[in-house]
Design a protein around this ligand. Structure first.
Ligand code: AFP
Length: 334
């Protein structure tokens, strides 16, 4: 194989970014690097989805006598174990756990992380793209971890990203300056920079909303999506509709192609369905760094002060002008 054209690896990129921060300690770089490792470990398990179950005799135990776990539980354990061993985090909040996961004091580091180990897990059995989403915060101080260390507005994030297990595995993250994407080369187990400085396109080519929820929508939603659809005319289709049902995959596609994702609060989920800490905040932060926007309909997602670990919100995320248009519709219909 020719070596003349090797792209930057994730580790190299993280180190290069660290060099531009004079006061950097290297701890955030260590954390981000370990997130890449956790992503590779989870990707390896995701590629075995379906096999893990058929190897089990009883559904509970596989041929090696190991307990057969659900993939979302495996992803959770991989994340917690990898990050604890990295000695970079003090506490974690996960979609899979009711309470804050504290790291014992001798292994605790400077950061707090909120994550969804396997977003879109209801899609696993159909081989649809799923992903891990994470948000990173700096710890307030060296005191005992309290809820306010974790229940913080998203604007305090210092890094966020996701690992997408799709037709290839991608690690996409921001530490506040650019959003960069890395593709896993399974033959050598490295993430290579494949999409530097991703920018959210201004134009909405894709509209993503679960139209099955129409019966529960508040008044503004239908006229708003109709308005977007009227951009299509006889000679040109400008907008198309795509909804995967894995937020992380819907967001990634929209970030690349240009699209607007909506999950409004509705009669079934009056607070909205998606979780603030580990779904909406990290993606909102990435959207903003990439030039887009994210709102709950009246305010910036990153300004929500969460009261609970698993708090929910409405989400409108995509190009700035489209998010503003949705907010205008909400105002006009309230
Ligand atoms: P799961 O991880 O339980 O599959 O939840 C996924 C999710 O939070 C988000 O990723 C999807 O976009 C959303 O739910 C889909 O929900 P609906 O089925 O209500 O559209």
């Amino acid at each position: 194989m020719s070596t003349g054209n090797i792209q930057k690896t994730l580790t190299q990129h993280i180190q290069d970014q660290q060099r531009t921060h004079l006061e950097a300690t290297g701890h955030l770089s260590a954390l981000l690097t370990q997130l890449g490792v956790a992503g590779k470990l989870i990707a390896a398990q995701v590629r075995r989805a379906g096999l893990i179950e058929i190897w089990g005799d009883t559904g509970d135990t596989n041929v090696q006598g190991e307990t057969v776990q659900k993939l979302d539980r495996i992803a959770q354990d991989v994340f917690v174990e990898t990050l604890t061993a990295s000695e970079t985090v003090a506490a974690m909040a996960s979609e899979e756990e009711n309470s804050i996961i504290e790291v014992n004091t001798h292994q605790a580091g400077d950061y707090i992380i909120a994550f969804d180990p396997l977003d879109g897990s209801s899609n696993i059995d159909a081989n649809v793209s799923i992903g891990t989403i994470f948000a990173v915060y700096k710890r307030h101080g060296q005191d005992e971890i309290v809820r306010r260390d974790v229940l913080r507005p998203g604007r305090e994030q210092i890094a966020a990203g996701y690992i997408l297990y799709g037709s290839s595995t991608m690690f996409v993250y921001t530490a506040g300056k650019t959003v960069d994407g890395f593709t896993l080369d399974p033959s050598c187990g490295e993430f290579f920079l494949s999409r530097p400085n991703i920018r959210m396109p201004d134009k909405t080519r894709v509209l993503s909303i679960n139209e099955g929820n129409e019966a529960y929508w508040p008044g503004w939603v239908k006229p708003f999506i109709n308005k977007i659809k009227t951009r299509n005319n006889q000679d040109k289709r400008r907008v198309t509709s795509r909804h995967i049902g894995s937020l992380v995959a819907d967001f990634h596609r929209n970030l690349i192609y240009g699209g607007l994702y909506l999950y409004p609060a509705d009669a079934r989920s009056p607070q909205g369905k998606l979780r603030v800490l580990y779904e909406c905040n990290p993606l909102a932060y990435m959207a903003e760094v990439a030039g887009g926007a994210a709102s709950d309909g009246t305010k910036r997602i990153l300004d929500i002060q969460p009261e609970h670990l698993h708090e929910r919100t409405a989400l409108i995320i995509g190009p700035k002008n489209e998010v503003a248009l949705a907010e205008q519709f909400i105002k006009e219909h309230s």
